[in-house]
Design a protein. Structure first.
Length: 143
């Protein structure tokens, strides 16, 4: 089986954020980092070359593929900020859907939320989404 490429590293998240070329994206990354630290109560770690993550969990897919990944995280990419959320909120899906409806301009995929710029979204709602995802992750993958 192929080795997992996205692992926790020793790179300092503050160094990573400081090296983001665009000033607005640096500020947005700092804002989202502070938000995640409030929600999770954890200091961030770099996962791979570009994901700022909080906590970790072990997973095993039906295929037998397994690994460890951050419980919550984001990546301040050039095109859009990617926030890594639970994706399947199960019995709390209606709550998640209501928050997404109030969030503002965004796109989603299975477990990612894409925001072009933070000015496009309601930061209070975004923090509630991060919190909901964190709660569901902790329910599904107890520490």
């Amino acid at each position: 089986m192929a080795e997992i490429k996205t692992k926790a590293t020793e790179v300092q998240t503050s160094d990573f954020i400081a090296a983001i070329p665009e000033a607005r994206r640096r500020e947005e990354a700092s804002t989202i980092d502070a938000m995640h630290q409030r929600v999770t109560g954890l200091k961030p770690k770099m996962w791979g070359p570009s994901i700022i993550g909080y906590g970790s969990y072990d997973y095993v897919y039906d295929s037998g593929h397994s690994g460890t990944m951050c419980r919550a995280g984001f990546s301040p990419r050039k095109a859009a900020i990617t926030l890594y959320l639970i994706g399947d909120y199960q019995d709390r899906q209606a709550e998640a859907d209501a928050l997404f409806a109030k969030l503002g301009k965004h796109k989603t995929s299975k477990a990612c939320l894409y925001v072009n710029k933070l000015a496009d979204v309601n930061l209070d709602i975004l923090e509630q989404l991060v919190g909901l995802s964190w709660e569901v992750m902790n329910e599904r993958y107890p520490v």
